[in-house]
Write a protein that binds this ligand. Structure first.
Ligand code: FAD
Length: 402
């Protein structure tokens, strides 16, 4: 990879790295790369995001229940790094011409692209979900839900999806709004991926918060005032929150990048697109194979993917080969309202270990984890290596990824 390329006038121009999406992964990539290339005139780092505010997705259930969360300014964080934020909505990527279209009317050329557009709640799975259910994909969604919950004086909130986002949301709503009946509906039992002790604790906490759990239930339709289950039963709802599954932007597939059956960019071991080597994919938008399988979307794995892509691009710019990415999961922290939580420690393949934390200790652990990304980016500005380590998964990831 040449650090410089020849412009149309014959002059040499900087190598343009464009990073799409300022989520947990994209921010990590932008700050890490900007810090590593600081002062180099031959490298230009540009981050593109729909908003100039960083969304702490891990706190969206708090926003949705009207709790104040910090305003985190991306331009302020990037200040002094040399990286620029372009605020706008990416509407197309032309992987052959190597350009990105923003808000339909602007075009941004790149030499290297880092694709980190994340994921959103998949409200396309059943009829009516897109029209009648709220999601928790971004700050705007959470604010809309907060407005709606604020209008309710009693009533029923149905949370669809018994995964961790559904559990955290149901617990938060039940705790903040004891006047509402909260029903958590999904196929699996809440906490099913945890060990027996942690799972039992989690279900006990939902019970204490008076959340009604309907597991083994398949929601097949969302109506304006109810959800319908397979078999025809209706559960009346004043508000439906959809957390059942995630989907990614169709932009990568439309650009001709090789994607998996869920639309995620398929990467090689170094996190480069297998079809377009000048494109790197990170976070929820990437299908990253490890020895134990394809990674699933988390913040704990997303940030390392961003840092690794930055390190690899920096290596290439210095004439070195990128290294393979290795990551092993280590925990699943789940909040159960503001005063309780459960933390399941995991093996690198995300299967549960025997150790878990519960109660206030778990809550403090969870809060520390939730609060840590932003200060981590701040530290990386000055000391890039401070954000460049994570559990690599030992024997679980030693098997070649691809
Ligand atoms: C409510 C909730 C709770 C969660 N809790 C946890 C948790 O406790 N622990 C954990 O590890 N994970 C958790 N997750 C998952 C975690 O948030 C995601 O895995 C993580 O956000 C992925 O990071 P990312 O950078 O890939 O994408 P995102 O964080 O989704 O960031 C993508 C960014 O790209 C922007 N974007 C998208 N499309 C465009 C476009 N076309 N143009 C411009 N900008 C665009 C988005 O606005 C966003 O800023 C949770 C998710 C949710 C929704």
């Amino acid at each position: 990879m040449n650090a410089q390329h020849t412009g149309s006038t014959g002059s040499t121009a900087a190598h343009r790295v464009v990073i799409l999406g300022a989520g947990y992964a994209g921010m990590a990539a932008a700050v890490q790369l900007a810090a590593r290339t600081k002062g180099r005139q031959d490298v230009q780092v540009t981050l593109v995001n729909g908003s100039d505010r960083f969304t702490e997705r891990l706190r969206l259930h708090m926003t949705a229940t009207g709790q104040e969360v910090a305003e985190l300014s991306i331009p302020e964080l990037l200040d002094g790094t040399g990286a620029q934020l372009v605020r706008g909505w990416v509407t197309a990527v032309d992987a052959e011409a190597r350009t990105v279209r923003i808000d339909d009317d602007r075009e941004l050329p790149y030499d290297t692209l880092v694709y980190g557009l994340g994921s959103v709640a998949d409200t396309t799975r059943v009829p009516g979900a897109d029209d009648h259910a709220y999601g928790l994909s971004g700050a705007q969604d959470a604010e809309l839900l907060a407005d709606r919950l604020g209008q309710l004086r009693g009533g029923t909130v149905v949370v669809v999806g018994t995964g961790l986002t559904g559990v955290e949301s149901a617990a938060e709503i039940a705790e903040q709004r004891p006047d509402l009946d909260v029903v958590l509906v999904g196929r699996t039992e809440p906490g099913a991926t945890m060990n027996a002790k942690a799972g039992t604790y989690l279900r006990g906490a939902l019970d204490r918060l008076r959340v009604t759990v309907r597991s083994g239930a398949d929601v097949v339709k969302v109506q304006p005032d109810a959800v319908e289950l397979a078999g025809g039963e209706r559960i009346a709802a004043d508000v439906v929150l959809w957390t059942g599954g995630a989907r990614v932007s169709p932009l990568a597939a439309a650009a001709g990048l090789e994607v998996d059956d869920r639309g995620r960019v398929v990467t090689d071991a170094a996190l480069r697109s297998v079809s377009h080597p000048d494109v790197w994919a990170i976070g929820d938008a990437a299908a990253i194979r490890q020895g134990y399988g394809v990674m699933h979307g988390t913040c704990q794995g997303g940030m390392p993917t961003g840092v690794h892509a930055a390190l690899s691009i920096d290596r290439l710019l210095r004439g070195k080969e990128p290294r393979p990415f290795r990551f092993g999961y280590y925990h699943t922290p789940v909040s159960l309202g503001r005063a309780d939580a459960v933390v399941q420690f995991t093996h690198p393949d995300d299967s549960p270990r025997r150790i878990s934390l519960t109660g206030r200790t778990a809550m403090r652990y969870k809060e520390t984890v939730t609060a840590s990304p932003w200060p981590t980016y701040g530290r990386m500005k000055k000391v890039p290596a401070s954000g460049a380590f994570w559990p690599t998964g030992g024997r679980f990831t030693r098997k070649a990824a691809r």
